[in-house]
Design a protein around this ligand. Structure first.
Ligand SMILES: [Zn+2]
Ligand SMILES: [Zn+2]
Length: 150
């Protein structure tokens, strides 16, 4: 059962950082936003991370991209000129989750799930009803998919 079956893939989504030095083109972007409430995402971006992903992508202005290895299994990239967050890269699978705000996908997108809800501070909540997963549940899902941590 797919609650989002009426949503259309975006064939080619063009995104860019605040200053425009870095542009990202993503093919077959899924208009489903993953929201992470973990401590690291909130410290990184000042609030929960909202990520989208697709099938393939290309980056222009790579010379302005700085990648920060935030843990043994992830890197977080940002524009060194304007500080915009660009993507979260899960290194074991090379999966890139791009900051949703880079793209103009306001309408026609929905929240897919909220994760690390056990680390979400109490002062905010999203009004939408979405799947809510704790950090332990996410780590179990990743292990079930064959990934190893620590
Ligand atoms: Zn920039
Ligand atoms: Zn996070």
């Amino acid at each position: 059962m797919d609650a989002h079956s009426d949503l259309e893939m975006i064939d080619q989504a063009e995104g860019k950082c605040l200053c425009g030095a870095v542009a990202v083109a993503v093919k077959q972007l899924k208009p489903l936003v993953d929201i992470c409430h973990c401590d690291m995402c909130r410290r990184w971006g000042g609030g929960p991370f909202m990520g989208v992903s697709g099938e393939a992508f290309s980056v222009t202005g790579k010379e302005h991209v700085t990648s920060y290895p935030s843990s043994d299994w992830a890197e977080r990239a940002f524009c060194a000129k304007c500080g915009s967050n660009l993507w979260y890269r899960f290194t074991p699978t090379d999966h890139h989750s791009f900051a949703a705000g880079l793209f103009d996908i306001g309408d026609g997108a929905e929240i897919e799930q909220q994760i690390f809800v056990d680390e979400k501070p109490a002062f905010y909540d999203f009004a939408q009803e979405t799947p809510m997963k704790t950090g332990a549940e996410i780590i179990e899902e990743a292990k079930a998919a064959g990934l190893e941590f620590d």
